[in-house]
Design a binder for this molecule. Structure first.
Ligand code: UDP
Length: 333
């Protein structure tokens, strides 16, 4: 298939581009490089631009005879969405609706959409399956839910086929060690802990050890970025016009913050000092996926279920790229 990967220069998108190429698909990337890196796009044509640039998107869809779009170009920080909701509504909702309309105008009606477990808000039960009520508690989760609903309506009215994939905690890096996670500022647990191991930070702050969990720290479902990508590929290859695929993507295994830090100590051989801080606003105590539906519908099984194996791949990336990607931008169209 000829696939347009929007946000293909970002963390998850760049791993997706590689997997598409390995499976014989043509990947074309559109990214505004606001948080992505040209250097993470290997062997794919990269257009620099915004997803709501209708002229550019139309040109790409037509020039490359694009058959499906994968959309990773979202703002995705819960805290930031609370402080600056306008940015989230503009980018995640308004720009994405513009993309859908450009696709419709060009008769490209297949979309794989990155959604999030944040659309569930505070779950009534864990592990969380797809029947859980979607009731987001922050603007980020709400903006993703708006597009989920729009896709259902576009499917019914305009014959779109779509997959919305609700991620839990994306983590790890390509085992090749050449592409990985690079955010500025970094807010995610595993890269922060590994930066402590590299001596770039004095300690990791644990956001609360008084949660109602066995060791008092928050529990998350860390899913390897390559497992996310293989699930996306399976969804893409199953998409027909009219398909409505809505799935959770997690491993079903929960790890506490303390377990993650211990895994990082074991993998890196470094002490990794920790400091107990206060709870972070908006953090639910436990988010773990019931991803049986994805496993069944996509014939997909996550390969990485041991947090140490995930950390090992992230550590390889961080060790070989202690300051991330080169910060000067490589050339693009
Ligand atoms: N966390 C932490 N210290 C940090 C960053 C994160 O204790 O410096 C915790 C956070 O409270 C959450 C877990 O690590 O329970 C994962 O957080 P992250 O920001 O990586 O992902 P999120 O779950 O927010 O998507």
């Amino acid at each position: 298939m000829n696939v347009l990967v929007i946000g293909g220069a970002g963390y998850i998108g760049s791993h997706m581009v590689r997997l598409l190429q390995e499976n014989g698909h043509l990947a074309i990337v559109l990214d505004n490089l606001s948080t992505g890196f040209a250097d993470s796009v290997r062997g794919a044509k990269l257009y620099r631009g915004n997803l709501d640039d209708r002229q550019l998107v139309e040109q790409i869809l037509k020039t490359h005879r694009i058959e499906a779009v994968m959309h990773y170009a979202a703002c995705a920080l819960v805290g930031e969405s609370v402080v600056d909701p306008a940015k989230y509504y503009r980018n995640n909702v308004v720009a994405t609706l513009s993309l859908l309309d450009t696709m419709r105008a060009c008769d490209v009606r297949k979309l794989v959409f990155s959604s999030t477990c944040a659309t569930y808000g505070i779950p009534t039960k864990v592990p969380i399956d797809e029947t859980e009520k979607q009731d987001p508690v922050n603007p980020y989760g709400f903006t993703k839910l708006v597009i989920e609903r729009a896709l259902a309506d576009y499917s019914a009215a305009y014959g779109f086929g779509y997959a919305t994939l609700r991620y839990f905690n994306a983590s790890g890096a390509s085992p090749a060690g050449d592409i990985g996670e690079d955010h500025d500022p970094e807010t995610h647990l595993i890269p922060l802990v590994l930066q402590v191991a590299l001596g770039q930070r004095p300690h990791i702050t644990v956001f609360g050890d008084d949660w109602p969990t066995p060791d008092g720290t928050c529990i998350r479902d860390y899913i390897h970025v390559d497992d996310l990508a293989t699930a996306h590929l399976a969804a893409l290859e199953r998409l027909d016009l009219g398909s409505e695929i809505q799935l959770n993507l997690g491993t079903g295994v929960g790890n506490s913050v303390r377990e993650v830090i211990d895994a990082c100590r074991e993998v890196t051989g470094h002490d990794i000092p920790e400091v107990i801080g206060s709870r972070r606003a908006g953090d639910p105590p436990e988010l773990v996926a019931d991803s049986r539906r994805a496993q069944c519908e996509l014939a997909w099984t996550p390969k990485y279920t041991d947090i140490r194996e995930i950390v090992r791949t992230a550590w390889k990336w961080h060790q070989s790229h202690p300051t991330g990607y080169p910060k000067e931008k490589a050339s693009c169209v």
